[in-house]
Design a protein around this ligand. Structure first.
Ligand code: B3K
Ligand code: ZN
Length: 868
């Protein structure tokens, strides 16, 4: 177990690093030369730790001589060099086999290329080095390889030399002028097409932008390139951040453990987040590509120029960078609905994490395997903390704080405390209590009640907070929670009032800091018809305000805050599903919902994209969190039953509201067009779910006529739970048409695996035997196993536990190849506490069985915490 409290600064600095690679998939030689210097103030005689893993060491020399046996000791972590003078030059040669590397960490083979993934601890699989983020140094890298097989040779920084070598080989030399930690190192060798453009920074620096892909994909890079240019401009305008090298490169590979990696000047990307054309990528894919491209670009400052002192500080770069990419997508692409999308994701994924056995603080204080801490909590909840800081200190102070943070810590490896300290400094506010958000796990539960004194014109708001216990943290302290509120009058407009001594306003941020606290809004001339709580989702909490159906319906009809309006609808919908799960159908509530939905469908002022969100029921994963324990199949059925009962009476209105299909079927990447397509698909899905006449045929037509993949996929998603033969026909067509296109084929795999109709087990087996299935490709494995667990409730949650057993078996097999991906996919099996007793026992039994199998450290860590 690694503890934050054990942190010690490094005893040695690395002043410069030269690397020379003789690249070959079966036998790569890495020659490394480090100049090290004992750090002032380090313990006298402290040895130098070089991390190393699965390396074959061919030679080592200290100042030109072989070290004595006692001076160089090999242990589980790597090498320990002792008796060194205060300055030394260390030369090491290692041998590695990229083609045998299925973990996809370190140097490995994807397609015909050699590529690397070093964050967090992959560099130690390439060569011996102090592989920790607080050791920053300048890199000079020389790559040598066969010229025909690997015509493209890339590393970080600027290319300073290149040329040919005997025997058909060639070389390139790259220098990165910015000191960096080893996790940001990257190299690529391959036969790749380069799609290029330029960007001129605001100070006039010319930057070459280059995207490298397999030759047949060169036509699919335009969107990624344009996204990069938008992100670069936005970072200058919104955050004052400018790019700093002569070239910015992105390489797309098919085999990648996650989305992308922000290596300095040389990002590596899962091809899924680069390649797009309107017929092979949906609007959601376009939006994700744009946001991942932006995210990795934004890391150039929040992560690379200012990096993390240790991995406990991961959210320093990830929370801040997610916040930055969310802002970008809000301002440039999705506008009002982005917040709704993000909250939906947070509730469906982060809240369950925070409420389950894997809960951990945004800044964890211990870990067994750091790879398992790239979580929704560190990323998305981390971004919520940054957003709350901005809400609390105000936009201007926040922006000044960011400037000061980047300036003060440029070139350093720092902590989340350092970040918050700067924000406290610029705002003059005491943020000591706010720091608890970083150290305390669990989603706070906030309850809110109001009392109106008509005579005095005062509304009293009583708030209380409580954070439930999480593993290792039983007692919780109150947090500083910004609760943004407004009041709506009978006519649906906002009411003005005064909070404390502040001037009259129509929206307020209540700062809840105690366990229980009251606030007064004064000067109200009429009783509020509804309270609009937690506007813009001002804090990542579960808020329960005990509002009645009428009040919520009033918000659904009138609230001018998109999030709060949507949230009011979600609360009503959630209640309707919960009632059905508890066998207590609430006809009044369902009728009120139908009336509210009917009114929304008639209201032309509601933007299509928001309407699509308002018509959507809370996700199954989120609904499961409403119960101590629940039968997941029953929850799914109740959810479907509510959908049907709500929308069946609205069939005609739903068709009448549908945007004109031919007009929007062009794949244009504009907010307007994407909103219309989202609504089209949503209305189709709702009509199919409600069993509306002709809806299935309409879906088939939409699929066959679609020019944009958004509409084709919308049709497939709509029919995927239908037992009619149209489902099979459309899916067979998709598979046939795109059998040579891995990214589209992944979607076919995902649809097949998600569907609950027919024999899901037989289908799952066929998918695993499909000629296109490869255990070594994370995208494909995720496409098959992920949707089965997330959506195929009937099979995954079969009462006899057969679904759990199968998945556990597959994960054991996957673990032998790719521990990181296995450790991620096992998470649904850790949710046994939420299930009804029969299923709970069976899921737990599968997890226990898996625990006994000699697993990788990655998988064992999640399984053990899942059982604890
Ligand atoms: N920093 C990388 C994630 C690395 C994950 C390693 N298991 C991508 C990102 O967050 O931008
Ligand atoms: Zn990131």
């Amino acid at each position: 177990m690694i503890l934050l409290s054990d942190y010690q600064p490094p005893d040695w600095r690395v002043e410069a690093l030269e690397l020379r690679f003789e690249l070959d998939p079966e036998d790569t030689r890495a020659h490394s030369r480090l100049r090290v210097r004992r750090r002032d103030g380090s313990a006298p005689g402290a040895p130098l730790r070089l991390h190393g893993r699965d390396l074959q060491r061919l030679s080592i020399a200290v100042n030109g001589a072989e070290p004595s046996p006692g001076g160089c000791v090999e242990d589980r972590e790597g090498l320990l060099l002792s008796g060194l003078p205060d300055v030394a030059e260390i030369a090491i040669e290692t041998r590695i086999r990229p083609d045998a590397n299925t973990a996809l960490e370190g140097l490995y083979v994807s397609g015909g290329s050699l590529c690397t993934q070093c964050e967090p601890e992959g560099f130690r699989r390439i060569t011996y080095f102090p592989d920790r983020p607080d050791v920053l140094t300048r890199y000079r890298v020389r790559l040598e390889a066969d010229a025909a097989r690997y015509p493209v040779l890339l590393a970080n920084g600027n290319r300073v030399d290149a040329g040919s070598l005997p025997e058909g080989r060639h070389y390139a030399v790259w220098e990165d002028p910015f000191p960096k930690p080893s996790y940001l190192f990257a190299l690529v060798a391959g036969d790749l097409a380069c799609v290029a453009d330029r960007f001129t920074t605001r100070s006039g620096r010319e930057v070459a932008l280059e995207i490298y892909v397999e030759h047949h994909n060169r036509e699919r890079c335009a969107h990624a390139l344009a996204s990069l240019q938008r992100a670069m401009r936005y970072d200058e305008e919104a955050f004052g951040r400018e790019y700093d090298l002569d070239v910015y490169m992105i390489v797309a590979v098919d085999d990648f453990n996650m989305g992308a990696m922000e290596n300095k000047g040389l990002n590596l990307f899962n091809a899924k987040y680069v390649l797009a054309s309107p017929d092979t990528a949906t609007d959601d894919d376009y939006v994700h590509i744009e946001s991942v491209i932006a995210h990795e670009y934004f890391h150039n400052w929040s992560g690379n120029r200012v990096t993390c002192r240790d991995w406990f500080q991961l959210s320093l770069k990830e929370g801040l960078t997610v916040f930055r990419d969310q802002e970008f997508t809000t301002d440039c692409t999705l506008f009002g609905v982005k917040r709704v999308d993000d909250v939906q994701r947070l509730r469906a994924f982060q809240f369950p994490e925070d409420a389950g056995p894997l809960a951990h603080p945004v800044r964890p204080d211990r870990y067994a395997e750091i790879n398992n801490f790239y979580t929704m909590t560190v990323y998305e909840k981390g971004a919520e903390l940054i957003r709350m800081l901005r809400t609390l200190i105000g936009r201007d102070a926040f922006r000044r704080g960011l400037d000061r943070y980047f300036q003060r810590f440029d070139g350093q490896a720092v902590t989340t405390d350092d970040f918050v300290t700067v924000m406290a400094e610029v705002s003059g506010r005491d943020l000591a209590q706010f720091q608890r958000w970083y150290t305390q796990a669990g989603t706070p539960q906030v309850t809110a009640r109001t009392r109106f004194d008509a005579q005095a014109g005062v509304l009293q708001l009583d708030l209380a907070q409580r954070t439930p216990p999480t593993p290792g943290q039983h007692e919780k302290d109150p947090l500083q929670v910004p609760v943004r509120v407004a009041l709506l009058g009978r006519d649906g407009r906002r009411l003005s009032a005064r909070l404390g001594g502040a001037p009259e306003a129509a929206e307020w941020v209540l700062e809840l800091t105690a366990g229980e606290q009251s606030f007064q809004l004064r000067g109200l001339r009429e009783p509020p018809a509804a309270v609009s709580w937690l506007r813009g989702f001002s804090a990542p909490v579960l808020l329960e305000a005990g509002q009645g159906t009428d009040e919520l319906a009033h918000l659904v009809a009138n609230d001018d805050d998109a999030f709060a309006r949507w949230d009011a609808a979600q609360t009503l919908l959630r209640r309707a599903v919960i009632a059905r799960v508890e066998d207590a159908v609430d006809p009044t509530l369902e009728a009120a919902l139908t009336t509210a939905m009917a009114a929304l469908l008639e209201d032309s002022a509601v933007e299509p994209v928001l309407l699509a969100a308002l018509l959507e029921l809370p996700a199954h994963r989120e609904l499961m969190e409403s119960f101590e324990r629940a039968d997941p199949v029953a929850v799914d059925q109740a959810r479907r039953a509510v959908e049907q009962s709500l929308f069946a009476p609205l069939a005609e209105r739903l068709s009448a509201r549908a945007p004109e299909r031919a007009r929007w079927d062009d794949g244009a990447f504009t907010a307007e067009a994407m909103g219309e397509r989202r609504l089209l698909n949503r209305l189709l899905a709702v009509r199919v779910a409600a069993g509306a006449e002709g809806a299935l045929q309409e879906a088939a037509r939409q699929y066959h006529e679609a020019r944009s993949q958004t509409l084709a996929m919308g049709a497939l998603a709509a029919v995927n739970e239908s037992a009619e033969c149209v489902r099979g026909e459309l899916l067979a067509d998709l598979e046939h048409r795109y059998r040579h296109d891995p990214l589209v084929l992944d979607k076919w795999f995902a649809l097949e695996s998600a569907s609950q109709v027919g024999d899901g087990f037989a289908r799952l087996e066929r998918l695993l035997e499909h000629p296109g299935f490869r255990w070594s490709n994370p995208n494909r494995v995720r496409a098959v196993l992920g949707p089965f667990m997330a959506q195929n409730h009937r099979h995954f949650h079969r009462v006899d536990g057969a679904g759990y057993q199968r998945i556990a078996g597959y994960l054991e097999r996957l673990d032998a190849l790719n521990p990181q991906t296995a450790a991620r996919l096992v998470i649904p099996l850790t949710r046994w506490r939420r299930l009804d007793e029969a299923r709970s026992a069976r899921m737990r039994a599968s997890l226990e069985e898996l625990a006994g199998k000699g697993l990788s450290k990655d998988l064992a860590d999640v399984v053990e915490r899942g059982l604890a």
